[in-house]
Design a protein around this ligand. Structure first.
Ligand code: PAF
Length: 279
């Protein structure tokens, strides 16, 4: 497995493989890898000749009062896991290798203005910028993203369409702990009491899925989900919303495929979870 840190060495390696006609898959990550990332890497391994994992805590997607400095990092553990999963290259740049000052941004506005984009106004601009850069550096045939970040996945699909990137975007299912909590690098912030309290998210998801499948109205489903989370004293709701699964715009009727998504603070930790209901 190669560990690269600069744009140029990463490009040269991949160009060589592309000349031999090999297909390339990319798994973009911010490191501190868990079973959710492992599932993306395994899928990428199955579907491509070459597997590239990027491991970069991207500063442009963090707001001024967010957890950029505290974001968990453990490159040795990440690279051991990647190697065990048959990764060919980990691209692990420093911010100075990725950004000059000032630099260009990419943004996909309308989809970025609801859900997480309301609370984190610059977040998706940073995500679209770094993902575009990674797409231009790696030039993958396919790129793999988790459904846990459902709004991110929808925005990246739209970006690829709007900006004509010739890349297949593969969305992969949410991976959960045995008790239902969606896997996330931020789960490590939770103390034991908060870890228990965090189960209110997956409980609300499960209840929401059941209610929506009985044909219950959107507002009633959301009210009951909010009540489940509200019953947990350590939880503070950022949002629990239902949006069109493609446009990310709010819906009050379940007529097309809908995304029901939530962000909830457990103590100081902001967690997200969601489900899609296909009509
Ligand atoms: O989902 C993530 O971990 C990040 O948002 C991504 C896609 C790697 C961009 O930094």
């Amino acid at each position: 497995m190669y560990v690269t840190t600069t744009v140029e060495e990463t490009r040269q390696l991949i160009k060589g493989w592309k000349k031999e006609g090999k297909t390339v898959g990319l798994v973009p990550t911010m490191g501190f890898l868990h079973e959710g990332h492992a599932s993306l890497i395994r899928r990428c391994r199955q579907e491509n000749d070459i597997v590239v994992v990027s491991d970069f805590v991207n500063p442009t997607q963090f707001g001024p009062n967010e957890d950029l400095e505290a974001y968990p990092r453990d490159f040795k553990r990440d690279s051991d896991l990647c190697e065990s999963l048959g990764t060919d290259v980990i691209f692990h740049p420093e911010p100075k290798d990725m950004y000059c000052d000032p630099h260009a941004y990419v943004s996909i506005d309308t989809l970025s203005e609801t859900l997480c984009g309301k609370t984190r106004p610059i977040h998706f601009k940073g995500v679209c910028t770094v993902v575009s850069k990674l797409f231009n550096i790696v030039a993958p045939d396919r790129a793999y993203f988790g459904q846990k970040d459902a709004q991110q996945l929808a925005i990246i699909r739209k970006m690829v369409q709007d900006l004509n990137f010739d890349i297949e975007i593969v969305g992969c299912p949410i991976i959960r702990e045995e008790d239902g909590l969606a896997k996330s690098s931020r789960n490590t912030y939770l103390n034991p009491e908060e870890r228990k309290a965090a189960l209110c998210l997956s409980k609300a998801v499960k209840a929401g899925q059941e209610m929506i499948s009985t044909g219950m109205e959107a507002e009633e489903v959301l009210a009951k989900m909010r009540a489940i989370i509200g019953a947990e004293p350590l939880a503070r709701i950022d949002y629990v919303s239902m949006v069109d699964a493609l446009t990310m715009q709010p819906v009050d009727k379940v007529e097309k495929d809908v995304l029901t998504a939530m962000a909830v603070y457990i103590g100081k930790t902001r967690l997200i979870d969601n489900f899609i209901y296909e009509v």
